[in-house]
Design a protein around this ligand. Structure first.
Ligand SMILES: *[C@@H]1O[C@H](CO)[C@@H](O)[C@H](O)[C@H]1NC(C)=O
Length: 400
């Protein structure tokens, strides 16, 4: 049985917001003497971040897109105020969804995991099929990384810092717990890199565990990412897996992401469209996200396909589509995940999302713009109803 409760239905055909429930709309209508002259000269494109906004812009979460929208709703004809008219109106805001855990997409079987590389990262071969080098120290890893090829890490190396990888490299962890603590890997201006069966725990302060920048053809598979959990300063560490600066053609599969504030960021800034627009094609499939505050993942500008994954106990937000990003979200299971799919959070412009055949238990969604992504490849889905047990068994370390 499905039970959908629609909260806060907004009775507008246009995308104007109800002043009784929205502080930005309320300010515009109640303080017209202040707001109207400002709206008459406001030009969204001249605003960077929160600079050049009046103090009352906090009522609009300091979002130029929200100010622009409410200016044009409250003061028709306000000069320069209509640069981001939304193309899609919406009648629902946050939707609380509770099911018994049945339903969802049933394509595929529950019994046989398919570990083949698929999705946007297809074709990645890394360091090839040789046996390569096995390393047991940070210095050996650093030297091997400079040459590429196949590198096997044996044991957990502590305190290596951030190590740069070059093109045509595979880094693989040996056994059920090999990788890095107080360290991380960076793929920067490289292509054709595979990371497999690696334990990543606690990067250096302020850093990501894995960072992919200006790079193409990367496959991150069967790894485990975590820090100390939702405790301490949320910015003490940065992300678990961040993909930025126009990177493209990446697949992130069969990983466990857990116990951290900021999960996986795709596209680092609202103002980076020059590098990111038309890039950042990324597939996330068969991953497990547990006890992470946000960014599961968060996408700006790019194109993302998130399928057959399990999300549990994520208290703030899940899949976040921003700045026109196009996301297809299908056959996932969300449990106790707030804003499991959201398109109007944290950025100046909303993103797009398609919500297809997912199961939601004690979770919410807020989708303001329906997306249009059809992936250009075939892929193996598994049923949402059994995906949590599948990824708990078959994702992460010691499986392949
Ligand atoms: C596994 O996935 C690959 C890549 O999508 C596909 O070519 C292959 O047919 C799949 N295998 C099975 C048994 O479904």
């Amino acid at each position: 049985m499905h039970y959908y409760a629609f909260l806060a239905l907004v009775p507008f055909v246009r995308a104007c917001t109800n002043p009784d429930s929205d502080s930005c709309a309320s300010f515009m209508t109640n303080q017209a003497a202040t707001a109207s002259p400002f709206c008459a000269t406001f030009t969204q494109s001249a605003v960077t971040a929160t600079a050049a906004l009046p103090a009352w812009a906090t009522a609009c979460s300091n979002k130029p897109s929200a100010i622009s929208k409410e200016c044009s709703c409250a003061f028709t004809g306000g000069g320069g105020a209509t640069t981001t008219t939304k193309t899609t109106s919406t009648t629902l805001t946050t939707t609380t969804r509770t099911t018994t855990g049945s339903g969802g997409g049933a394509t595929g079987s529950c019994s046989s995991p398919n570990y083949s590389l698929q999705g946007y990262g297809a074709g990645t071969t890394g360091g090839g099929s040789g046996s390569g080098t096995t390393v047991t120290s940070c210095s050996a890893l650093t030297s091997a990384a400079a040459n590429g090829g196949v590198i096997t890490i044996s044991g957990v190396l502590d305190g290596c810092g951030i190590i740069d990888l070059v093109s045509d490299t595979t880094v693989i962890g040996s056994g059920s717990r090999s990788g890095l603590t107080s360290g991380g890997l960076r793929v920067k201006r490289a292509s054709n890199v595979i990371l497999k069966n690696l334990y990543f725990h606690d990067p250096p302060e302020g850093k990501d565990l894995v960072e992919i920048q200006y790079s193409t053809q990367v496959w991150v598979d069967h790894c485990d990412f975590s820090t100390e959990g939702l405790t301490g300063d949320k910015d003490y560490y940065d992300g678990l897996l961040d993909i930025t600066h126009g990177s493209d053609f990446v697949t992130v599969s069969w990983n466990k992401f857990h116990d951290h504030w900021k999960g996986s960021l795709v596209g680092h800034s609202d103002s980076n469209s020059g590098e990111d627009k038309g890039k950042l094609h990324i597939t996330y499939h068969h991953n497990y996200f547990n006890n992470i505050n946000s960014r599961l993942p968060s996408f700006r500008f790019g194109t993302g396909h998130v399928f057959s994954s399990c999300f549990e106990n994520n208290p703030t937000s899940g899949i976040n589509s921003r700045m026109g990003a196009q996301l297809l979200v299908e056959q996932n299971y969300f449990s106790s995940t707030k804003l499991a799919i959201v398109t109007d959070l944290d950025s100046d412009e909303d993103g797009y999302a398609v919500d297809r055949d997912n199961i939601f238990v004690d979770s919410t969604t807020r989708i303001t713009q329906t997306g249009s992504l059809t992936p250009p490849y075939s892929y193996t889905l598994n049923p949402a109803s059994c995906i949590c047990s599948m990824v708990k068994s078959y994702a992460g370390l010691g499986v392949i």
